[in-house]
Write a protein that binds this ligand. Structure first.
Ligand code: ADP
Length: 305
């Protein structure tokens, strides 16, 4: 079977001796929408830079649609469109020129590239900006120019490094819709993110990376099924000396004299907690859901690693 991406035992040690990737292996199927999820410093950008030949690996093997990224680098590169985190065009150039010039790097002439560029600019809601210098565009629009630029040579694989970092919610939604649409039309998409919600909304499969190592590589639905504990913090009206003695299935810990934390299985409900607290005579002033699901997930994975 030919994978869109096949990474085997990838290792990266930077010149200063820092080991950013340790024996990373995973595959991405053709047509997949795949998330590479991990906290800052996990090694996501390093991995993307190696995939797109911006950075040299130390060892390991990478194939892109069957092309060896080292020995068949031109073929491998032509399969990939990449949207990096930083803007990588001259902001004084007109938007249409930025996109058309990019096609030139893949041997596509201006006459052929222009309708393609206009097509993607249109799809990304930038048609009216085509003849404006990029510097006149908002941050969100510049990011969309990056996407049009990455797509103009019609790559089979689109890689996006933190596509919605710093992007407002409305634009995030429209970018998600756009990416889902081009994925449905056959483009394989890989994105890096540190938002679990982003991965959850878009992606079918996921690899979780931390500290240069893949902790988990599974389907999104299988992963979500494993995440069933939620933490709630309760704030009491009167001071407490010890944690309330709730049933053993609730894990309770006292945080300070006026608050305690309860770990609740998502299949359970909160009514029973409240009735137990009421019978203990504890008055709750307020509560909040503490769980940062991603954090909880990492803790779980690291514990079992
Ligand atoms: P992420 O994209 O997940 O935030 P990075 O791939 O940027 O992670 O970084 C992974 C690790 O490698 C971090 O500890 C980072 O400080 C380190 N790193 C990144 N680039 C370099 C470099 N050029 N030289 C040395 N260390 C680096």
């Amino acid at each position: 079977m030919t994978y869109a991406i096949d990474i085997q035992q990838l290792h990266k040690t930077y010149a200063n001796g820092h080991v950013a990737l340790k024996d990373v292996s995973f595959t991405v199927q053709e047509g997949d929408f795949f998330a590479l999820l991990g906290p800052n410093g996990a090694g996501k950008s390093t991995l993307i830079s190696i995939l797109t030949s911006l950075c040299q690996k130390t060892s390991g093997q990478i194939k892109i649609f069957g092309f060896d990224q080292e020995t068949q680098s031109q073929q491998a590169k032509s399969c990939i469109g990449v949207v990096s985190q930083e803007l990588n065009f001259n902001p004084y150039d007109n938007v249409i020129d930025i996109v058309v010039n990019q096609a030139g790097y893949y041997g596509i002439g201006r006459a052929q590239a222009k309708p393609l560029a206009l097509h993607y600019l249109e799809q990304l809601g930038l048609a009216s900006k085509a003849n404006k210098p990029a510097i006149a565009l908002s941050g969100g629009m510049k990011r969309r120019v990056m996407i049009a630029k990455a797509l103009v040579h019609q790559p089979k694989l689109l890689i996006l490094d933190e596509p919605t970092a710093g992007v407002d919610i409305e634009l995030r939604r429209s970018l998600w819709d756009f990416l889902s649409e081009i994925n449905a039309q056959g483009t394989t998409i890989v994105l890096t993110t540190h938002y679990l919600e982003e991965a959850e909304s878009l992606c079918r499969n996921i690899a979780i990376i931390n500290n240069g190592e893949i902790l988990e590589n599974t389907s999104m639905s299988a992963l979500l099924q494993t995440m069933h504990k939620e933490a709630f913090i309760f704030y009491t009206k009167l001071p407490l000396l010890v944690a309330p003695a709730l049933s053993a299935r609730f894990h309770v810990s006292l945080l300070d004299s006026h608050s305690f934390e309860v770990l609740v299985d998502q299949r359970d409900n909160l009514n029973s907690i409240f009735s137990e607290l009421t019978s203990l005579g504890i008055v709750i002033n307020s509560m909040r859901n503490k769980t940062n699901r991603l954090e909880a997930l990492f803790l779980d994975l690291i514990k079992t690693a």
